[in-house]
Design a protein around this ligand. Structure first.
Ligand code: AMP
Length: 205
């Protein structure tokens, strides 16, 4: 079963992806985490990506698509993947479809977490304040100005993938403003009764 969690930055995709990993034995692939690992390791790709990430813009499709193409071939992805933060452009969505169709394992569902943008800004400021209280540093792209930029980039470059998946009838929408457990339950309902159905994989007991 391959799933995409779709939604603007801060919508809770990562949190829900982690829950799905445990429940269904899938692998969460976050392109943001993969890029941050490259930055931390100081690789040429990481050095190139850092400035783009800090500005809230998107890293180029070629880099991202190559990174995902290599990653999904690894052993830990054999049961299926939860894509988190990918695809972010129509070109990425098209490339993903090609890759998964070539493997004979197309997408089971694309789940859009619908959220209120102003509430996201509020959540971010709460998180920054909580981290500062604990003496922890926020991510370098974790500030209100960059979030607003990233929300704009989402509207301009990522939102067009919503009609793309609507046309393919794989898109399902879930209220991302509910609490974590409620969102998780709604996602599970979509995966169990969703249209189109998954590949029959059931949650772990
Ligand atoms: P995230 O942690 O998913 O919010 O990603 C952090 C940053 O990494 C984004 O603001 C982009 O600069 C970059 N990034 C992550 N995923 C992608 C992607 N699929 N395409 C382009 N850039 C990405």
């Amino acid at each position: 079963m391959n799933i995409i969690l779709l939604g603007p930055p801060g919508a809770g995709k990562g949190t829900q992806a982690k829950l799905l990993e445990d429940k269904y034995g899938l692998k969460q692939l976050s392109t943001g985490d993969m890029l941050r690992a490259e930055v931390a390791a100081g690789t040429p790709l990481g050095r190139q990506a850092k400035a783009v990430m800090d500005s809230g813009q998107l890293v180029s499709d070629d880099i991202i698509i190559a990174m995902i193409a290599e990653r999904i071939e690894q052993q830990d992805c054999r049961n299926g993947v939860i894509f988190d933060g990918f695809p972010r452009t129509v070109a990425q969505a098209e490339a993903l479809d090609k890759m998964l169709n070539a493997k004979g394992k197309p997408l089971s569902a694309v789940i859009e977490l619908q959220v209120d943008e102003e509430a996201l800004v509020g959540r971010l400021n709460t998180r920054i304040a909580e981290m500062a209280e604990k003496g922890l540093a926020a991510r370098s792209d974790d500030n209100e100005e960059t979030l607003r930029k990233r929300l704009q980039v989402f509207r301009d470059q990522t939102a067009p993938i919503i009609p793309y998946y609507q046309r393919k009838k794989t898109l399902r929408q879930v209220d991302g403003m509910a609490d974590i457990a409620t969102v998780a339950a709604e996602i599970e309902a979509v995966l169990n009764n969703g249209n189109p159905p998954g590949n029959g994989q059931q949650p772990r007991p």
